[in-house]
Design a protein around this ligand. Structure first.
Ligand code: ADP
Length: 207
């Protein structure tokens, strides 16, 4: 949210003189209280100022970065996850490469006969398997994938910031979003660095 010059002036006045009534702020700006009303409403709604009845306006001390941080802390994986792209463990490297191109993702999740997560395939995993190998139709993905129990995962209820932290700490591009069932982990989504970047942009646009 971009503040107008007048809104910035109001914040400065409240910072220095708060608590201060709307009437007094108007006086200082040589404006009427009515002219100021929309600006005061906006600043209160955006949490820059707090209005207390019969006392006046306080500066909340919250800066834009703090407001953004507060929102980010509430976001969960469920709101931002994308559709996962799955391949079967007996699929060939060739099939996996085709899937990756067709679905335009950078990470595939490998599932067993019960549709439960058993592995992860990244671009470099497939590239490495392709180097010097002529017959990619004959190599099953379960030979080259990163497998359980080494897979980093998240669930829909996890905070997005925790998922982002896992991506950074483990130097990976994508996490499967899983639901634990009696058979194993069903893959119900994915959170990639792209999802996190989209949130970052959305936050700024919202403001
Ligand atoms: P790339 O290697 O294509 O740059 P990544 O950085 O995501 O992509 O992958 C690095 C390695 O980590 C690969 O071997 C991949 O199989 C593995 N990997 C990717 N995602 C995960 C994950 N969620 N959990 C465990 N290992 C992963």
């Amino acid at each position: 949210m971009e503040l107008s010059k007048r809104q910035e002036q109001i914040i400065e006045i409240v910072k220095e003189n708060g608590p201060i009534t709307g009437e007094k702020i108007a006086e200082r700006l040589s404006l009427s209280r009515a002219t100021l009303r929309p600006d005061l409403a906006i600043l209160s709604m955006a949490d820059f100022l707090e209005a207390r009845p019969r006392v006046g306006y306080f500066y909340t001390g919250k800066r834009m970065s703090e407001l953004i941080t507060n929102k980010l802390k509430d976001y969960t994986v469920s709101e931002f996850s994308s559709e996962p792209v799955l391949v079967k463990e007996e699929s060939s490297v060739n099939d996996a490469i085709s899937s990756m191109f067709l679905s335009d993702v950078g990470t595939l999740f490998v599932v067993n006969g019960d549709a439960c997560l058993v592995g992860v395939l990244s671009r470099k995993d497939l590239l490495r398997a392709s180097l010097g190998n002529q017959n990619l139709n004959e190599i099953p993905v379960h030979i080259i994938m990163t497998r359980m129990p080494n897979i980093k995962m998240c669930t829909v209820g996890d905070l997005l910031i925790h998922a982002a932290r896992k991506l950074i700490d483990n130097e990976i591009d994508c996490l499967p979003v899983v639901k634990n069932t009696a058979l194993g982990n069903q893959v119900i989504g994915r959170i990639s660095k792209t999802n996190i970047t989209k949130v970052f942009v959305a936050l700024i646009q919202e403001e």
